[in-house]
Design a protein around this ligand. Structure first.
Ligand SMILES: *Cc1c(COP(=O)(O)O)cnc(C)c1O
Length: 828
């Protein structure tokens, strides 16, 4: 027996990670799992073979981690999120398990390239954008910090749609990511929970006069679990992400079978399975669709049943739940968890309301992600009551008691009561899910300092004065494992050479790079890495989009969902301004630039889709105009997802974060780009404010209105004609787009867009134009001084420590969840 076995520890050595052992595993997996030999195996077979070989090395660590949580009776964190935007898993797992190199060698000796095989993997795109990617970064950080964190969500059969650009327009295609099977997940057909909908509630009093509610005549759907291991970084911790898939209910089928209607039974089964069919592709707007409400309740109900089942295996006193369980609600999408918990505690566990309410509010906490009114979730009471009649009663009771409390502290203030009510009374009655989440949680957090302040001052001001301690800030972060170590191997290696490897788990260590900003040799090497990354992107653009781009041009990048508030239009106005300057003979004064844009528009968001078409129309004219030469290129990269982000970000030099001040809650794209050495041009919005505080105002390009000046401008009555009259260049740009210069095949195509700009310009694109253009000129000036640019870029990287999702998760653990790491070895 070796030392480890003598100490009673699990020994993983029989699945070694040396090249020879991996080769053996690959051969076995190819034969016995994939069922192919070296002659018949396709590249996809090799991807699956490699994935299984990696998964084999995760599984024992995973079970061991789960056992350690039981043994320590650790308090668990349940992160409830309708979205997890994971992306690919292979490289991430290889790096976290520390056998990327041996695996690469093993494959190479067998005649295959890991670099090619990993490209076969489909992205797990179970999210729209920032919110879903945040959830994915948080899972990585919880595992890396040895925290018992579980992700709970839905296993959508179709993830975020695939975006094709056809003739310049966005076309959506279904993303059938499970078509070839998902090697990372374990199906758990035995982990099955019943989820009820509809029906009615009957009430009766028992002998002791206690009221009981029975929810009966319901329709039922089964939730089946699929588990995906989430490895920490080189720490042998592996957590779990459990996603629910809808299965037709067995009981429900039985009724039909008894009536002899077999086909009907199978059809019904199909209908209930629609529940987990598809991710709603809406970012920052909500459409109150019945199936969406069903999705929300479906995954919340299954998750809470599972959580209580796990708790009760080892605890018999339900009142101890908040000591052992913390549930984080990622936005209001899972806010039905509040009434669901009350339903379980009061109707099933027979607790008194007060006690149940105390348990509930000590268990939940809620993260707000937006101040945009169109993104705040509400449900029509009529629809909600049909779908979840018992929950409607419970919410009404929660609201009655809550408003009663408000009334006692603020007697006679009817306005306050109606503002704070969980029910909106204007027109058709709606349930305000944010109010429900706030009332049902012990903490509510915003995702950047500015966003949290605005929450307290504006949309939740009444709640903030009623619960002065409840709303706190936890600034978002990104995992340095995926967004630096994996995204940018060359920069990672350079950093490690200078300051060691500790930065991968302690990102503050990057501060040690600061002195090297003054070191000419380091700057040269840093510059060379950026150039190499740019070269790689130039090849990809050439190969996939057939556009020739100068590697020595300024790579100016705006990659994010397409939305009016994010102001891709402002970027395009600048592009056309540069174009006009070149055409009027000022080309010599311009820094060669490549504008790279990427992003999806919600399928029903016509304006956003038109902006994509405009970007492509402008690109088409500029990229083919001989007068431009190679001075300017516009590249719209189709299908923005985690994998395209990983291709683009390491090559970026300028990061466009130009939302209207006060509208971007945090942003995380801004963090990824700065961490990879791009300088930010941005407004004082979301986490840009904190990025400026960290990197220093001399290393960031800030322009435009602030939240205060936006408010002022709107109060005094903003007139878009003013900025237009003030700028000849702006007039010319607008006139060109308006007159069909970029759309000769349909000269009126952009009339509606221009009409809204000229009349209303709600997002202040025109009023920020002049300052933006001037700021872009400061960008050019610095870019001409390559040494100074590189110095600033290095200082950006060096000061990004604060934006690690490890820091975010430590904040949550300490300020909200009250959890500690479960150490099996050293976790510092
Ligand atoms: C980080 C990320 C986002 C969020 O980008 P923002 O610029 O913060 O809006 C969206 N989509 C993907 C694929 C991402 O990786």
């Amino acid at each position: 027996m070796d030392e480890k076995s003598e100490r009673g520890e699990i020994n993983f050595d029989h699945l070694d990670i040396d090249t020879e052992s991996i080769k053996r595993s690959l051969a076995n997996r190819l034969t016995y799992t994939v069922g192919k030999d070296q002659f018949t195996a396709t590249e996809r077979d090799w991807f699956h073979t490699t994935a299984y070989t990696v998964r084999d090395r995760l599984i024992e660590r995973w079970m061991e981690t789960m056992r350690s949580y039981y043994e320590k009776d650790a308090k668990r964190i349940y992160y409830l999120s309708l979205e997890f935007l994971i992306g690919r898993t292979l490289t991430n797992s290889l790096l976290n398990l520390d056998f990327h190199e041996p695996c690469r060698e093993a494959l190479q000796e067998m005649g295959y390239e890991l670099e090619r095989i990993r490209e076969i993997e489909d992205d797990a795109a179970l999210g729209n954008g920032g919110l879903g990617r945040l959830a994915a970064c948080f899972l990585d950080s919880m595992a890396t910090l040895c925290l018992p964190g579980y992700g709970y969500g839905i296993r959508y059969e179709y993830g975020m749609f695939k975006q094709q650009i056809r003739n310049g327009w966005q076309v959506e295609h279904p993303e059938n990511w499970l078509r070839y099977g998902n090697p990372w997940e374990y199906a758990r057909p035995e982990v099955l929970f019943n989820v009820k909908f509809k029906g009615r509630v009957v009430q009766y009093k028992d002998e002791e006069g206690r009221n009981h509610h029975h929810w009966i005549d319901t329709e039922e759907v089964m939730a089946m679990a699929y588990d995906t291991p989430i490895p920490g970084y080189k720490n042998d911790s592996v957590n779990n992400m459990r996603l629910w898939s809808a299965k037709g209910s067995r009981d429900f089928d039985l009724n039909y079978f008894n009536q002899g209607d077999y086909i009907m039974a199978v059809e019904e089964k199909n209908i209930s399975e629609n529940l987990s069919r598809v991710l709603y592709p809406n970012d920052t707007t909500v459409m109150g669709r019945e199936l969406r409400l069903q999705q929300e309740y479906f995954f919340v109900s299954a998750s809470l049943q599972d959580i209580l089942f796990r708790f009760q295996k080892h605890h018999d006193n339900i009142t101890e739940l908040p000591d052992k369980v913390a549930v984080q609600l990622n936005d209001t999408h899972p806010a039905i968890a509040v009434p669901e918990m009350m339903h379980l505690l009061v109707d099933h566990h027979q607790l008194e309301w007060k006690e149940a309410w105390s348990i509930t509010t000590r268990t939940f906490s809620y993260t707000n992600h937006t101040l945009l009114p169109e993104a705040l979730e509400t449900w029509p009471v009529a629809l909600f009551g049909r779908m979840l009649p018992r929950h409607l009663q419970i919410i009404q009771e929660i609201n009655r008691r809550f408003l009663n409390d408000v009334m006692h502290t603020h007697p006679g203030d009817a306005g306050l009561l109606s503002r704070m009510s969980i029910f909106s009374e204007d027109g058709e009655q709606h349930i305000r899910m944010a109010h429900l989440a706030i009332v049902g949680s012990h903490h509510v957090n915003g995702v950047a300092a500015l966003h949290t302040e605005l929450m307290k001052e504006t949309i939740f001001a009444d709640f903030h004065s009623f619960y002065p301690e409840k709303i706190i800030n936890i600034t978002n972060g990104i995992t340095p494992r995926r967004w630096l170590n994996q995204a940018n191997p060359q920069l990672s290696q350079l950093i490690t050479e200078m300051i060691g490897t500790k930065w991968t788990t302690h990102l503050d260590e990057l501060k040690k790079l600061e002195p090297f900003a003054e070191d000419a040799e380091f700057r040269r090497r840093f510059h060379a890495v950026k150039q190499a990354n740019k070269k790689r992107l130039v090849e990809l653009i050439k190969q996939h989009l057939e556009i020739e781009v100068r590697t020595d041009s300024l790579f100016d990048v705006q990659i994010k969902r397409i939305h009016e508030y994010k102001r891709q239009l402002l970027n395009l106005l600048h592009v056309v301004t540069l174009y006009n300057r070149i055409r009027s003979g000022q080309g010599d004064e311009i820094v060669p630039r490549t504008i790279i844009m990427s992003g999806k528009a919600a399928p029903g968001y016509a304006t956003a889709k038109l902006i994509i078409k405009l970007a492509n129309d402008i690109a088409d004219i500029i990229n083919h105009d001989p007068a431009v030469g190679d001075l300017l290129r516009v590249v719209f990269v189709p299908n923005y997802d985690v994998s395209t982000a990983l291709d683009i970000i390491p090559a970026a030099e300028l990061s466009e974060q130009i939302s209207t001040a006060g509208m971007e809650a945090s942003g995380t794209g801004n963090m990824k780009l700065a961490l990879n050495g791009a300088l930010t041009i941005g407004t004082l919005d979301g986490a840009n404010v904190e990025i400026r505080d960290e990197v220093g105002e001399e290393n960031i390009f800030i322009f435009g209105h602030t939240t205060d000046s936006v408010k002022q401008l709107r109060q005094q009555g903003y007139n878009p004609q003013q900025p237009i009259e003030a700028s000849k260049e702006l007039q010319q740009v607008l006139e060109m787009i308006d007159s069909g210069f970029f759309s000769p095949d349909d000269p009126t195509r952009y009339k509606p867009l221009l009409e809204t700009l000229r009349r209303e310009d709600h997002y202040l694109v025109l009023d920020d134009y002049a300052d933006y253009i001037a700021c872009q000129q400061r960008v050019e000036a610095l870019y001409r001084d390559s040494e100074a640019w590189d110095r600033s870029a290095i200082l950006n990287v060096a000061n990004m420590g604060h934006f690690s999702s490890d820091r975010s998760i430590r904040d949550y653990a300490e300020k909200i969840w009250g959890v500690k790491p479960v150490c099996r070895q050293s976790c510092d």
